[in-house]
Design a binder for this molecule. Structure first.
Ligand SMILES: Cc1cc2nc3c(=O)[nH]c(=O)nc-3n(C[C@H](O)[C@H](O)[C@H](O)COP(=O)(O)OP(=O)(O)OC[C@H]3O[C@@H](n4cnc5c(N)ncnc54)[C@H](O)[C@@H]3O)c2cc1C
Length: 388
């Protein structure tokens, strides 16, 4: 049995590493950390110039026709190095949906600019009152001549403040069962009636609440059928199957090992020889192996056209909950020194340990909370009934 990703994937992984060594500078990482924004225009442009924004797309559509396992090896490296890819990721996810379900005109208008890293598209699904249950969206889109008028608000519209468009899920028919009355639009952000308010998370990530006060959107910016928005959402979210956070686990372990090599215990011996440290390193390494395998299995199943339902959820659930647990355990192991934050000259490993504890919490929420992942696993992997 071969658990590797294959020769082509490892070649691309090596190319990605060399690219990141050159392009992903400390200055870019520092800017992203300071702003809390997981997007950097110069970095995105460099990825675009390598032709890596749509690695898995067919060549004739502007991609490189790479296999899902090659795409995964590339993504694993980006995440391990903390590359700012959230803006790229959401933009290309929506571009993929447009390629599948958009009109010819919309494809011509959006996709070339997305592939050139000239535009950012944010996701507007979650609302103040509806998150996990995205189909309960209450933001209204009402027919208005040859277009639509949008009224409502969206919560956690990450990158909306730098976005050209928000991919918005709106209610077009309130009188039918909730999944059947939704439509998706590409809402231009630079227009009257759009209001953006900053929201900071526990770990300092910048996200936003966005308000739409009688915002006009042309019918040419609708994606998919009127009241067919749930089908469009299916196409969008089907790409979240490889949503593990193994790269974050790998960075935490690398930091722990580096700390243990430098730090000296009260007995004057290096902490790397401390059995408690060795145990934590061993547990962490085993967790990473399982996370990697769960994620790779999910991508492989999908690439073979096999039933993947519930498998991506396992990868997401396991990697994020283990990250959360490891971060807390490492903080306890390193002790009070680990509580000093980034920016303080005496902070251990640049404040990375206490940051990991705060950041890990968010990973168990976005792209579907742990409870939702457990529901999905129960339904699809164990064939249990859907919760009421
Ligand atoms: C940093 C960050 C960035 C984000 N970026 C975006 C973005 O760009 N675009 C976007 O649209 N959204 C984004 N989100 C929103 C994210 O997807 C939601 O927070 C998430 O889906 C949960 O929704 P909620 O916060 O409304 O919680 P709720 O759905 O209100 O859930 C509250 C609690 O109830 C639990 N719960 C809910 N339903 C069930 C159920 N059926 N069974 C068991 N337990 C349940 C949840 O697990 C949770 O613990 C982001 C969130 C964060 C934190």
């Amino acid at each position: 049995m071969d658990f590797g990703l294959g020769e082509g994937s490892e070649r691309l992984r090596a190319e990605t590493r060399a690219f990141l060594d050159e392009v992903l500078t400390d200055e870019i990482l520092e800017e992203c950390h300071r702003s809390g924004v997981n997007h950097h225009p110069r970095f995105s442009k460099a990825v675009s110039e390598r032709g890596w924004l749509a690695l898995g797309w067919p060549v004739e559509e502007g991609g490189q026709g790479r296999s899902p396992l090659e795409v995964l090896a590339h993504a694993e490296e980006l995440q391990r190095r903390n590359a700012p890819t959230y803006g790229i990721g959401t933009t290309m996810m929506v571009s993929h949906v447009i390629a599948l379900l958009g009109t010819e005109e919309l494809k011509q208008r959006i996709i070339p600019r997305a592939l050139a890293a000239e535009i950012v598209i944010a996701l507007g699904f979650t609302e103040p009152e509806n998150g996990s249950d995205a189909a309960a969206a209450a933001t209204r889109a009402v027919r208005d001549g040859d277009g639509w008028t949008i009224t409502g608000s969206k919560m956690f519209t990450t990158n909306a403040h730098i976005a050209d468009y928000v991919f918005l899920l709106a209610r077009t028919d309130p009188d039918v069962p909730k999944h059947r009355g939704l439509t998706t639009f590409l809402v231009p952000m630079d227009q009257p009636g759009v209001e953006i308010q900053e929201v900071r998370t526990l770990s300092g990530e910048r996200t936003n609440i966005t308000f739409y006060n009688d915002v006009r959107v042309g019918d040419d910016l609708r994606i998919g059928e009127v009241d067919g928005g749930w089908k469009v959402m299916g196409a969008a979210l089907s790409r979240e199957h490889a949503n593990g956070f193994v790269g974050e686990q790998q960075r935490l372990l690398a930091d722990l090992v580096a700390w243990a090599r430098e730090a000296v215990g009260e007995d004057g011996r290096p902490r790397i020889g401390d059995p408690a440290v060795a145990e934590r390193i061993g547990r962490s390494r085993a967790d990473i192996e399982v996370s990697l395998l769960l994620q790779r299995r999910s991508v492989w199943l999908q690439s073979e056209g096999l039933d993947v339902r519930g498998k991506g959820s396992m990868a997401k659930l396991f990697s994020t909950e283990r990250l959360e647990r490891q971060a807390a355990a490492v903080l306890e192991l390193v002790g009070a020194d680990a509580l000093r934050s980034r920016g303080e000259p005496s902070a251990v490993r640049g404040g990375g340990f206490e940051y990991a504890v705060r950041h890990a919490k968010g990973t168990t929420i976005y792209a579907g909370t742990s409870e939702i992942q457990r529901d999905i696993i129960a339904q699809h992997a164990l064939s249990l009934p859907r919760p009421l």
